[in-house]
Write a protein that binds this ligand. Structure first.
Ligand SMILES: NC(=O)c1ccc[n+]([C@@H]2O[C@H](COP(=O)([O-])OP(=O)(O)OC[C@H]3O[C@@H](n4cnc5c(N)ncnc54)[C@H](O)[C@@H]3O)[C@@H](O)[C@H]2O)c1
Length: 450
């Protein structure tokens, strides 16, 4: 099927009639939901992954992704219907497909220095099966300008750009809500090499995305959209953190002020907290900082520094609370609730808990951890102890917002804990209730005098 050059409406028609075959490279937290949704709307989908276990499981109709609502049943249904099939053979998938979508991680270190090997490797693979009329789409988040670097690799096929199309359509989802986000939540952003490619790609995403598409003037502009979203979050969280620190110094409650300020429609102050984790928000600012030609990206750098400082501040709050009862950190048992960087997602990358553990170790504290979606083995890997009760604990630190933590049994804690201290790095507990029970309860932006 030569998809390039077809009108948008023809692409839509062929898609739902199962006349278009997609190859989705990378069947992870984002790739598997996308592959499954494409199949569910009628397309034939070949999912490609280097991990043989993942391929085997998917071909048995089993999703390997946890905590992704609807995904299990959608994988089963579409594999059984013969619309979704997984393989390790990327060249075969390229030969058999009309549209090749790349959705593998763009790995970066803490300063945004990228390792794009997987993306370039996949482009090499696709070039061995590329045909005239095919369209290659990158969905992975990338520094603006990256997708076009794939063109010379794809041209190794002997086919020139124009005879095949290339586009960037950034994946704008979050683990845990992927199906909803891809189909219902936000418009799809698209940048393409030509009007023809744009037309066909619009047809594809208009089928699966109820919010439609936004066409950008270039591939690079489309890449910048996703990066800007992350930068916006990072800088605004840094702002909230900085204002919260000022509140602590001035005896004010940051949350009370932020909630009131945000009733004005132009004010959107974010939540202060224990820090920014994951492989997206703390990394994307560096894509911009590292590629700035003349402008000093001081604001973005300072925001990164402010957010990276927050885990240390959580430890400072813990020391302050312990000092109030005449205890030193080195003689205390600290229970960290939360290992993952955010609630409901088992992802440790740049998790504030890791920095808090490191800092507490330097102070000589005895550290225990618990996280409802982790295992004691995860604790062992971090060199800390797993604990499922509050006995002999001097202070609890909450680092993420798992729903189980929002519903903590305060009466049980009250009964078991040795010293009643809670440092809430995610603003999830009720200060009034804890005050009543005589806890020392601090949040970022709230150190009440008692
Ligand atoms: N997870 C999120 O919440 C999220 C949010 C926003 C953006 N993203 C972006 O989405 C992209 C994908 O992330 P993810 O969370 O799905 O990653 P993931 O780690 O969950 O999955 C990646 C998959 O790709 C496979 N893979 C790696 N190299 C491969 C190769 N050369 N060929 C075929 N398969 C290969 C891996 O085996 C794995 O199954 C990244 O660019 C990420 O920045 C993810």
């Amino acid at each position: 099927m030569k998809i390039l050059g077809l009108s948008k409406s023809t692409v839509k028609e062929y898609f739902i009639k199962g006349k278009i075959t997609f190859a989705v490279y990378g069947l992870g937290k984002m790739g598997l939901p996308l592959a499954t949704i494409l199949a569910n709307y009628g397309a034939k989908v070949i999912g490609v992954d280097i991990n043989e276990e993942i391929v085997k499981k998917i071909n048995m109709g089993i999703s390997h992704i946890e905590n992704e609502p609807e995904l299990d049943s959608l994988v089963k249904k579409n594999v059984e219907a013969g619309r979704l099939y997984a393989t390790n053979d990327g060249i075969y998938a390229a030969k058999k497909s009309d549209v090749q979508i790349i959705l593998v991680p763009t790995l970066a270190d803490d300063k945004g220095n990228l390792n794009l090997k997987s993306v370039f490797d996949i482009a090499e693979t696709i070039s061995k099966g590329l045909e005239k009329g095919d369209i290659v789409i990158t969905e992975s988040t990338m520094p603006p300008g990256t997708t076009e670097k794939l063109i010379p690799i794809l041209e190794k096929s002997g086919i020139k750009i124009g005879d095949f199309g290339i586009a960037h359509a950034p994946e704008r989802t979050m683990s845990g809500t992927a199906i909803r986000d891809i189909t219902l939540q936000y418009p799809k952003i698209i940048g393409a090499n030509s009007i023809e490619t744009l037309e066909a790609v619009k047809g594809i995403y208009e089928v699966i995305n109820r919010k439609g598409v936004i066409s950008m003037s270039s591939i690079k502009a489309a890449e910048a959209v996703k990066v800007f979203e992350g930068v916006y979050r990072d800088v605004n969280i840094a702002l909230a953190n900085e204002l919260a620190l000022w509140c602590e110094e001035n005896g004010l409650d940051a949350l009370e002020i932020i909630r009131a300020a945000n009733t004005q429609p132009y004010c959107h102050i974010h939540m202060p907290g224990a820090g920014v984790g994951g492989h997206c928000i703390p990394i994307y600012p560096w894509f911009i900082i590292n590629s700035a030609k003349k402008t000093n990206m001081e604001l973005l750098v300072k925001a990164r520094e402010r957010n990276d400082f927050m885990p240390r501040h959580i430890v400072e709050l813990t020391i302050k609370a312990l000092n109030k009862i005449g205890k030193a950190l080195k003689d205390s048992n600290i229970l960290i609730l939360g290992l993952t960087f955010r609630g409901g997602v088992k992802e440790f990358r740049k998790s504030p808990a890791l920095d808090i553990i490191k800092e507490l170790k330097e102070w000589g504290a005895k550290i225990f951890v618990y996280d409802p979606i982790c295992t004691p083995k995860d604790a062992v890997k971090l060199g800390v102890m797993w604990k499922e009760d509050y006995k002999d604990i001097d202070a609890i630190i909450i680092t993420n917002d798992h729903k189980e933590f929002k519903e903590l049994d305060i009466s049980l804690i009250d009964k078991q804990i040795r010293n009643k201290i809670i440092i809430d790095g995610r603003n999830i507990l009720d200060s009034k209730r804890l005050d009543k029970k005589g806890f020392i309860y601090y949040r970022v932006g709230y150190i009440p005098e008692r």
